[in-house]
Design a protein around this ligand. Structure first.
Ligand code: SIN
Ligand code: FE2
Length: 200
């Protein structure tokens, strides 16, 4: 296991072994059986290509009214609890007492992408955001703390964990594409990304 530092992001390559990845997929299956994946609209009215759900007190949501955290799934039910094996990753890589209140689940099928953005809907940027990659590889692009400028890209593989914190907490990032068929973890293919966030 190696830790790469790219523009202040800490990339724990291969932190999770295959059995840990399988256990996470099982746990996420449990979450999405209660809180099914849905396709949010951007504030501009176009559906996002990524499908989403969440666990925890809050889920992230988007529609024509904007980006925000909400306490219930669009079906009206509260989000399920964040699975323990997901929280354990946060504990391991952050060493913080404070725990996240949101585990956003992003599912990328072949062709899905996420444009460069900052994560800035949280109340306090002193807390990091932790991202966990499962399934097919995703080409992760890292920019700057302000819009524009040069970017660097790195393939995130199943079992990689990224800590976006400190001076890089507001660094622009996104996913340009998925490499279909690059992992056998998910029977139907695609990529799951979990992001853990302290919201309040
Ligand atoms: C995100 O920025 O919310 C997702 C990042 C990723 O899919 O790796
Ligand atoms: Fe993000």
């Amino acid at each position: 296991m190696t830790v790469l530092r790219v523009r202040g992001f800490e990339i724990h390559k291969g932190l999770l072994d295959v059995s840990a990845q399988e256990a996470l997929v099982d746990a996420i299956r449990g979450v999405v059986s209660v809180a099914p994946l849905f396709q949010p609209d951007t504030p501009y009215g176009k559906p996002m290509s990524v499908r989403m759900s969440a666990a925890g007190t809050y889920g992230w949501f988007s529609d024509r009214k904007g980006y925000r955290y909400v306490r219930a799934h669009p079906n009206g039910r509260p989000w399920p609890a964040i699975p323990d094996n997901v929280l354990a990753i946060w504990d391991q890589v952050t060493g913080l007492e404070r725990r996240p209140e949101c585990c956003l689940i992003n599912y990328y099928s072949d062709g899905a992408r996420m444009g460069l953005h900052q994560d800035r809907d949280e109340a306090d940027f002193k807390w990091p955001v932790v991202s966990v990659s499962l399934g097919d590889e995703g080409l992760f692009r890292i920019g700057n703390t302000t819009k524009g400028g040069k970017t660097e890209s790195i393939w995130l593989q199943s079992g990689d964990v990224v800590v976006m914190g400190g001076a890089a907490r507001l660094t622009y990032h996104g996913v340009d594409r998925i490499k279909a068929g690059s992992s056998t973890l998910l029977p139907k293919g695609g990529r799951i990304n979990l992001t853990l966030r302290v919201v309040e």
